[in-house]
Design a protein around this ligand. Sequence first.
Ligand code: UDP
Ligand code: MN
Length: 351
Amino acid sequence: MARFGTRTSALIKKVLVLSLPTLFFVYHIPYSIRFLEGLIPMGKCELSHADMKLDNAGDKGLNFGLNQNYLSSQSRTDVQTCTYWGAPIIWDGMFNPDVYDRTHTKDHTSVALTVFAVGRYLDVYLKDFLISAELHFMVGFPVTYYVFTDVPEKIPALKLASGRELKFMPVKRHSRWQDISMMRMKSIRDAIDSYIQHNHQYVFCMDVDQVFRGRFGTEALGDSVALLHAHYYHRFRRMWTYDRNPKSQAYMADSQGDFYYHAAVFGGSWQSVKQITDTCYRTIMEDKKNPVEALWHDESHLNKYFWKHKPSKVLSPEYCWDTSIGYRSDIHIARLLWQKKLSDRLRGTGS
Ligand code: UDP
Ligand code: MN
């Protein structure tokens, strides 16, 4: 009896010892999977410094962590620091912010930041977006916030730093949130034509449901700039959510695509952003005629565009991070964070 008792309690202990970590893992499956996903290595930057296609003097000082000579506290060897076509992928630790700021001060760089806050999105997100942008986005440089909205009377009155201003741009409120999102392409293109090209060399286009938490500075400027999507930069390419419907202009075959880019942030010179937004608008309208809608709307069209026209600079997910992913050793600083999503009910006109 006593022996049976001892054996039973030993067995119970064993089961407990084994099952507790399993239960812990199962309970945290989404986090566990994301953590494990983070261990899948990225590609490597395999070009020499001389083979990079770099935009400006600031970029020439980038440290790609390619060989022993470059190894220092200022290098990243844990992540992919360039694309195969020679565009840098910007990670914390690769650059000296002062070098970029000096170059752009000399060039009298001025930046347009377009942001849409239609319907409820204005109440919920715009103020935090703008206040945090004043603290972190291109600090010390002239910036104009182009706020596209249907409720201008609700734009918060904020005191902006000197040289910075806010310009309201009226937009129609489409009833479907998918159209609000997609039609940004047309509004941005038109704003470049009417104002931006006369006042700024560079344009960034961003979702409003995010908040700046760290420097988002002149190192992010380039001729055409795309952002690695935080959820996909460690995932296998077959998991990327490109549009797979051959009837859509955004269609990508299994073998196509370099990275999965996030449409919440893109930018470049006004000439490039005009081309990006004009092309995406045209392919979106072509789909409407057919009629078909790409899986992830404007993001699918943007991914197709950047596959056909390679970006000259790629931003790491440090430039648009989702904290729900959990810990990743390669995210040294989250410069811009996703905000909590509004439910579909609150998007568009709520229908
Ligand atoms: N948006 C808006 N009002 C809406 C729906 C969308 O102003 O009712 C704008 C807003 O700038 C938002 C962007 O379109 O950040 C993209 O939509 P959302 O952020 O909901 O898309 P997701 O990030 O989920 O792809
Ligand atoms: Mn968003």
